[in-house]
Design a protein around this ligand. Sequence first.
Ligand code: T46
Length: 139
Amino acid sequence: MEIKMFTFPPHGDDRGQLVAIEEGIDLPFDVRRVYYIYDTLPGVRRGFHAHLQLQQILLCVNGSCKIHLDNGYETAEVVLDKPNEGLYISSNMWREMYDFSEGAVLLVLASEHYTEADYIRNYDAFLEMVRKQRGTEPR
Ligand code: T46
């Protein structure tokens, strides 16, 4: 599976670091929503869904976490542990987030407003959708 990472250059000096992310310049989509996940408890695993339309970039701006990706054919694990490195997740991609370090903050830039209608929360339904789209049986 091709993993698409975005590295945003930090503007560092003796005062610290600053990362800027500009719509239309640094991102493959316009940002309609920003949200972040923090205060996760040890051992917690989140996500367990895919999206019909939504594209996102995930940045662990503090600490670290892991992302499990599944396109119905292949899986991958991505470690996010740099505040200036973002993981692009396309639509039709199953995702789970886990192994959050203490104090981890996962920032998400999203291409669409929030709507439950965009979620596919049933894994079998996800596989069925991917199978129909590609015309072959997954796995
Ligand atoms: C995703 C991964 C990376 C809202 O009200 N607005 C929002 O924009 C979002 C994202 C969530 N919510 C509410 C819905 C739930 O009551 O916040 C609660 C937790 O959401 P959820 O269980 O969907 O969180 P995760 O961590 O499982 O998934 C989230 C995103 O929902 C999802 O799109 O790709 O983070």
